[in-house]
Design a binder for this molecule. Structure first.
Ligand code: NAD
Ligand code: UFG
Length: 330
């Protein structure tokens, strides 16, 4: 059975990847410092997968510890999800974001190189795309005019990986550009559960549904979109997790660097998401309009065609299905 290291494997995306890997016959090993996740997730993952999950409480920047783990377990490939992701926080403390996101990636690459492991999947983001003029966004579209240090850290890492692939032909590098991951495992046992503040639309809607906050703030109603609110491409986390397994399955087929978008190719406005949530749950979501959030684009929708063609991956679940699964955590 092939070991796949999942950095950040206790977090939202990494934990769902762990489930998909087990389902497909791989042995995930979690490397996480629990800076934005909880150790209790391990037991939940074991309950869902019915397998013992090996994990290490380790900061990926700690090269000494990393070296010991790589010595102990032969590793087939690494899925690198570890990193900080709060856009607002990254503006307030950019050095910390570069230090953690870029620093951990460099430490990881160095350790992989020393142990002759040359297969890596990197969690990147739609945020690296330059603008929303050429919709749907394609992998070869313009990138780099990032709006905040978080996005810049993803862009810098992509550049480092591109140069690495050029300079050493042994590497198989896959860059996964996520659009808007939402929802949770259908059991509701695991979900997005950050230690820090929430940032994203769906977790806020859930808080309103649970009556923990009184209303949703909708950031802007004057965008050039169907109803004036921001449009995004929401992808079910289980689909996204299976996308990682699809990349792992094919990673030895082609060396070099490949980039894939992971989204549905369909856009939903904030108001449409609210309406869909109300329809599926029967819970009313009061909202009010506020000013635009700094750094937001009007529309972000991807072309997922490359992932379909090369990985045979396609999102199976739509927004309604994602909300049906969210009902399990209400
Ligand atoms: P998350 O915060 O839930 O998970 C990240 C995990 O990494 C956490 O468990 C955290 O404890 C761990 N971590 C952070 N720094 C670490 C370090 N130095 N050493 C070890 N562990 C460390 O976030 P997520 O939503 O699961 O995102 C995973 C990755 O995907 C991130 O790199 C994020 O930037 C990227 N991404 C997320 C989204 C999204 O909407 N969730 C969108 C695009 C890209
Ligand atoms: N929104 C609101 N109110 C809220 C939260 C969000 O109106 O309380 C709106 C936003 O303005 C935007 C849409 O809902 O129009 C989606 O916002 P999210 O914060 O859920 O998601 P983003 O598209 O801003 O960003 C997400 C991740 C980033 C990632 C990006 C692209 O948070 O890490 O998708 O992948 F980079």
């Amino acid at each position: 059975m092939r070991n796949v290291f999942v950095t950040g494997g206790a977090g939202f995306i990494g934990s769902h990847c762990v489930i998909s890997l087990v389902k497909n016959g791989y042995k995930p090993i979690i490397l996480d410092n629990f800076s934005n996740s909880h150790q209790s997730i391990i037991k939940k993952l074991e309950k869902i997968t019915k397998k013992k999950i090996i994990y290490y409480n380790v900061d990926i920047r700690d090269k000494k510890k990393l070296k010991l783990i790589f010595k102990k377990h032969p590793c087939y490939a690494v899925i690198h999800c570890a990193g900080f992701k709060a856009v607002g926080e990254s503006v307030e403390n950019s050095v910390c974001y570069f230090e953690n996101n870029v620093g951990s990636t460099l430490a990881l690459l160095e350790c992989m190189q020393k142990n002759k492991i040359y297969k890596i999947i990197f969690s990147s983001s739609a945020t690296v795309y330059d603008d929303d003029k050429a919709l749907p966004l394609k992998e070869n579209g313009k990138i780099g005019n990032t709006k905040n240090p978080y996005g810049t850290s993803k862009y810098i890492i992509e550049r480092i990986l591109k140069d690495l692939a050029k300079s050493d032909s042994r590497w198989s590098i896959r860059i996964a550009r996520y659009f808007n991951p939402i929802s949770n495992h259908p059991t509701g046992l695991i979900k997005e559960n950050p230690k820090g503040a929430l940032n994203n639309l769906i977790p806020y809607i859930v808080k309103v549904a649970q009556k923990k906050i009184s209303e949703l703030k909708i950031f802007g109603k004057d965008y050039n979109t169907k109803d004036g609110t921001g449009v995004r491409d929401y992808v079910h986390i289980m689909d996204l997790a299976d996308g990682h397994t699809a990349m792992i399955k094919k990673i030895s087929h082609k060396k070099g660097l490949k980039i894939y978008n992971f989204g549905t190719g369909k856009g939903w406005s904030v108001l449409e998401v609210v309406k869909a949530f109300e329809k599926q749950t029967g819970i009313s979501i009061p909202y009010k309009f506020t000013k635009r959030r700094k750094g937001d684009v009007a529309i972000s929708i991807c072309s997922p065609k490359k992932a379909l063609k090369e990985l045979n991956w396609k999102a199976k679940y739509d927004l309604d299905h994602a909300i049906i699964d969210i009902k399990k955590i209400l």
